[in-house]
Design a protein around this ligand. Structure first.
Ligand SMILES: [Zn+2]
Ligand SMILES: [Zn+2]
Length: 206
């Protein structure tokens, strides 16, 4: 598996480029900003991008969506509960950043959906709490956790649509049930493992 992490934008969002070694098909997770950097890396990796998957609809994860979509022609996928972020005509303000909705989604995701990129297979886990339509993508021994779980941290639950008990329930029932050696690639900050978070994340201790 090809996996490239780019840190983009003012909120240091992790954008991931994922690709199949054999078919050279790829997926981009969270094109948050800096479209030209993302597209240059896609080219350098020699990938044909099939899907752009958004872990949720916050501006710091979708900022480069329009340019990346237009350059690659890939389908845009987001959970239905966050799809409104891409459909609003008006300018929204969140996290101190203003933006206008980039473009509508091509595919609305729900829990249990599969995302197949060549020989790579990922499962959509609906993990609401940071936002209503947060998802994690699980497969190939790794999980993209968006803003649900961070290295020794958890996502904010004080933004519009956020909910603390939902967030904790998502983490405990969907993520902490995974094997310890599952590598976690979060929406911000360094990667980690389920085992390291289970034993050391201060927000998960009882
Ligand atoms: Zn967010
Ligand atoms: Zn974020």
């Amino acid at each position: 598996m090809i996996l490239k992490n780019l840190v983009v934008g003012p909120l240091a969002t992790n954008c991931y480029i994922v690709g199949s070694e054999s078919s050279k098909e790829g997926m981009i997770v969270d094109p948050g900003d800096e479209a030209e950097v993302i597209l240059r890396n896609v080219k350098d990796l020699g990938l044909e991008i099939r899907s752009i998957v958004l872990t949720h609809g916050h501006i710091d994860h979708i900022g480069a969506l329009k340019e990346v979509k237009e350059a690659t022609g890939a389908e845009v996928a987001i959970h239905s509960d966050d799809a409104q972020a891409l459909q609003e005509k008006s300018v929204s303000t969140l996290l101190g950043l203003s933006y206008s909705a980039p473009l509508p989604a091509d595919r609305l995701l729900k829990d249990g959906d599969s995302m197949d990129i060549g020989d790579l297979h990922f499962l959509v886990l609906h993990t609401p709490g940071h936002s209503p339509g947060c998802i994690c993508l699980l497969g190939e021994g790794i999980i993209f956790s968006g803003d649900t779980l961070f290295n020794f941290g958890i996502g904010r639950y004080d933004l519009p649509g956020g909910n603390y008990s939902q967030l904790m329930n998502s983490i405990h029932t969907r993520l902490m049930t995974l094997p310890d050696n599952t590598t976690v690639y979060p929406g911000h900050g360094p990667d980690t493992t389920i085992g390291a978070e289970r034993s050391g994340n201060p927000f998960l201790q009882t």
